[in-house]
Design a protein around this ligand. Structure first.
Ligand code: FE2
Ligand code: FE2
Length: 477
């Protein structure tokens, strides 16, 4: 790796990087390690491909990105914060009304660092989880999309690493290095959060991940975008502009799969899952099981239903609620309560607890509302083909490892079962080895002819940016 890089040029930024020698040197040390990580853990065999990618170049709402062919190792991972808002204040918690912090408040330093590290850790994790999928992409369009998601997760890592280097000195630099050392699914040194250690073994899992799990990212980033620590708020605000595309890839990806399946079912008048599979498409029951899995592991990412950490993050002004400043209340929540689900006497009941301790649950509920709207749109697609099957979100307590429902055996319908009852139904509710084997067998090769799509997925409605669907989105060289 060359050591003589002009970093002012090499790292596009709007944070005056060239003026801050110490910061520049710190990033100079980190950059080759990042590139080493990308070569090892970035998309497999992709380094020489020319990919039609979007690159963020500014924070103007108009024209913030350019589209062109790029070899991914040469992608210009930049550091961008939305411009500061004059007179911005801490908008919630006990410090409400103070000027927003431009530096880290000493007493909140470790809490803030933990929030940034936890967010930062998810970004490279998903790249690691997805690194083999390019080998079996259903089209050049989809291949380009996964690469787009991957490079932008790389940029999100840069965004968090910038904050660590700029505001946390030596321990920030150590955390930035550790972000490149942990590995998704590694037994000894795993990523911090559960869902980011699960494999993403096929494209159905990838689309589910970008629909469900990237959307968790959206809600976490949105509440960090409310932070009283202004640089964090401004960084997250900009990351959200990129995140929208990731969720688009997920929603339309699943949507195109169910569309294709429903069309084939209608055309051949079949509904038995085995017959559907025999026609080379993914049966809707399998789609439902994948949905159940990705939804439940993602719900866990929001944390415990009753959480004193969440209360501290809020009270201090470090992490707000979703769209905090649009909510009409006192932004202190000292007397407010909120309902959380729990199991009592063999039934799921609602319990009123102090709203401050229920902030994870509240964010989870905001998230569920948006997820439900996406599922409704998938069902419209199925309905259009005249197929009666409908996808549903399982009960919030189904298959949970964290919070009030952890250790309980809740059915997708919300019934409290015994371990034996639940396990007897497991393969009806969650993908099993047979499902993974079937889905992967369908995805053995990569479709490389422009405009062609694998049999199990419908083409998208339009191409990327202004390009047609049969555009050569990736050139393999
Ligand atoms: Fe991200
Ligand atoms: Fe994302």
């Amino acid at each position: 790796m060359t050591s003589n890089i002009d970093y002012i040029d090499k790292i596009p930024n709007n944070v005056d990087l060239g003026r801050d020698r110490v910061l520049q040197r710190a990033l100079e040390h980190w950059q080759p390690a990042y590139m080493g990580w990308w070569y090892d853990m970035g998309p497999n065999e992709s380094h020489n491909y020319d990919v039609y990618l979007r690159t963020a170049i500014s924070v103007d709402a108009e024209g913030w990105a350019v589209f062109d062919y790029v070899k991914m190792p040469q992608y210009r991972w930049g550091i961008f914060l939305v411009p500061p808002t004059q007179g911005r204040e801490v908008n919630f918690g006990v410090n409400k009304g103070q000027p927003a912090w431009q530096d880290v408040p000493g007493e909140y330093r470790s809490m803030l660092r933990r929030l940034i590290v936890t967010q930062g850790d998810t970004e490279p994790a998903s790249v690691e989880q997805q690194r083999m999928l390019g080998m079996c992409a259903p089209s050049l369009y989809d291949l380009r999309n996964i690469y787009q998601v991957n490079v932008e997760e790389g940029r999100h890592l840069w965004a968090m690493v910038y904050l660590l280097h700029r505001y946390f000195g030596r321990d920030g630099r150590e955390e930035a290095e550790a972000l490149l050392d942990r590995r998704s699914g590694d037994v000894d040194n795993p990523r911090i959060l559960g869902a980011f250690n699960e494999p993403t073994p096929d494209w159905l899992a990838f689309y589910m991940f970008t629909f469900f799990t990237d959307r968790d990212g959206k809600f976490q980033l949105s509440s960090l975008a409310e932070s009283g620590f202004d640089p964090l708020a401004r960084t997250c605000r900009f990351m959200l502009t990129e995140e929208a595309h990731h969720m688009f890839v997920g929603e339309t990806g699943v949507g195109r799969i169910v569309q294709r399946t429903a069309e084939v079912m209608a055309e051949h008048r079949v509904d038995d899952p085995d017959h559907v599979r025999a026609l080379g498409v993914i049966d809707l029951q399998t789609v439902q099981r994948y949905l159940n899995f990705h939804y439940s592991v993602t719900l866990d990412l929001f944390g415990g239903d009753v959480s004193s950490n969440a209360a501290s993050f809020y009270t201090t002004g470090l992490k707000g609620r979703y769209e905090e400043t649009k909510i009409q209340d006192d932004h202190q929540l000292t007397d407010a309560t909120y309902k959380v689900g729990t199991v009592k006497d063999g039934r799921v009941i609602d319990e009123e607890i102090p709203a401050l301790n229920a902030l994870n649950e509240r964010l989870r509920d905001d998230y569920i509302g948006e997820v439900q709207a996406g599922v409704d749109r998938w069902n419209k697609t199925i309905e259009k083909s005249g197929i009666p099957f409908r996808l549903t979100l399982p009960h919030k307590g189904f298959h949970r490892q964290i919070g009030n429902f952890a250790g309980q055996f809740i059915s997708p319908g919300g019934d409290v079962l015994t371990a034996g009852q639940w396990n007897a139904k497991r393969d009806e509710w969650l993908p099993g080895q047979a499902d993974y084997t079937f889905v992967q067998a369908m995805m053995t090769g990569r479709v490389v002819e422009p405009g062609k799509f694998a049999n199990w997925i419908a083409p998208p409605r339009r191409g990327i940016h202004t390009q047609p669907i049969d555009f050569e989105y990736v050139r393999f060289n």
